[in-house]
Design a protein around this ligand. Sequence first.
Ligand code: GLC
Length: 486
Amino acid sequence: MIRYHAECTLRKSTKRIFYGKCLDEGFRTLYTVVEVRQNLSGYVPERKFAMSVYQVKKTPGDTEWFRHDRFGMFIHWGLYALPARHEWVKNHERTPEEVYDRYFRYFDPDLFDAREWARQAKAAGMKYAVLTTKHHEGFCLFDSKYTDYKATNTPAGRDLVREFVDAFRAEGLKIGFYYSLIDWHHPDFPIDPNHPRRDDPDAEQQNVGRDMKRYAQYMRDQVTELLTGYGKIDILWFDFSYPDMTMPGKPWMKGKGKDDWEAEKLIALARSLQPGIMIDNRTGIEQDLWTPEQYQPQTWLTDDDGQLVTWEACQTFSGSWGYYRDEMSWKSPEMLIQMLVTTVSLGGNLLLNVGPTARGYFDHRATEALAAIGDWMKYCGRSIYGCTMADPEFTAPSGCRLTQSEDGKRLYVHLFQYPYAFLELKGFAGKVEYAQFLHDGSEVRFTEGKVEHFGDGLSSSDDLLVLSLPAIKPPVEVPVIELFLK
Ligand code: GLC
C-alpha cells in the first residue's frame, strides 16, 4: 500500500494534514484516506473519507463496474443437462460420440424462458450473468456458422444465447460469455489426457490428421461470432488450460495451454472486437480476472508481484456445474450468503452457478436458494454492492466478517455467529457516530471504553466499542450491523 503525506489548509483557522494516498484507477483519481487534524496535543485522527485504501491492479479490461457489482450468476447449460450426472459425464464415462449423440437428438428445452431466468437472477441480487455458450462437450448454444453441433439443429431449434442476452440485458444485467477452450467433439481437437477418448487403444491413431491450428482458427471464428453478433459483451470467460498434464505410459499425450490455444491472438481479437471487455486468466495468460474455483480464498488475491487483483470466486450450489439430478450436497442459503460476504470482505466477487434442467427451467432447489439469497440481498445488499475489504485499521471480531463502502464512510459487521447481547469491537472506539441493524434500520446502541453491565468479568479498554444487541438473533440469515463512521 502506497501512502503519502500532504498538507493544506481547509478552514482559515484549522491546519489539516492529509495522511493517505492518491490512487489513479483509470478514469478516476482517488484521494486521501485518513485525515489528521493538528491541535495543541499533536495529531489526532479525526475521520475517514474518500475511497478505500486498496489499490487494485490495472488491467486492459473495464473492471470497475465489476468490483462494484460483486455478485453474478454462472449458468452451465448444455447437452449434459439430459444425462443429468455432471457436465463432465462424457469424459467420466468415456462416452462414444454416437452414444452422446442421443442427447443432441433429444435436447428439447420446451420450458425454457430466458426472461424467467433473468427475473430470478435479478431478484437474487445478481448484477451480471455468464452463460456457457459452449462447454467442453463442444455443443454450441448459439447459431454458429462454423459447426452443425448447435442448438438450432436440435429440437430446441433456436439460438439460445440470443434469448439469454436479450432477456438478461432487458433486466439490466451485464452479459458474460463462457467459452470452453476444450472441445471433446471437434474433429481437429487432439485427444489429450482430459479427453473422453484418452483410453482408447487406438487413441494415437485417432489423433492422426487432427490439426490444432485449424481448431485455434475455429475458436477465433466462433469468438468473432459471439463478440460481433450480440451487442456489448462485458465478460469473456475462457476455460481452461492444463499445459503440464501428462498420461502415464503415453508420452505423446500432452496437456494444452496458451500456445495451443494461440491465446495471444485470441485475446487480441477479442479486445479488438469489444474494447473494455473483461477476460479471465484461464487461457494461461494473465488478463483482467483471477478465478478461484470451488475454493474460498483466505486473503485478497495478488499477482506474482504482490499487487491486489480483481478476482471472482465461482461456486456451485451442489458440487457439479451442470444439472445433476441426484446430487444431494446442496449448500444452505446461510452458507451461500456467508460465502458471498466472505468473498466481498476480501475484495472479491462471487459467481454463483445454476445448472438448468434439460427442459430449460431452474430446478426447484436452485430457485429456492436464489429466492432466499434475494430475500437477504433485498435488505442487506448495501453491505455488498460498492463494498470491499475493510481498511486495515478495522479488525473483525471472532465470528464476524467486515465489509466497508468504497467511500470509506460505512462499515458493515456481518454476524456469522450470533454473539448474544454484546458485540465487542476493539479498536473501534471514537470512530463510530451511529449504528443500526441493516435489515430494518433499527438503532443499535453502543458504549465506549467498557461493557456497561453489572457483575464481574466485564471487558474494558480505551479503544473498545461495545454494541448492545437483542439477546436473540433477528430473523435474518446473516444479520448485518451498519456503522456510520465519524
Ligand atoms: C472447470 C470445469 C468446468 C466448469 C468450470 C467452472 O474448469 O472443467 O466444468 O465449467 O470449471 O469454473
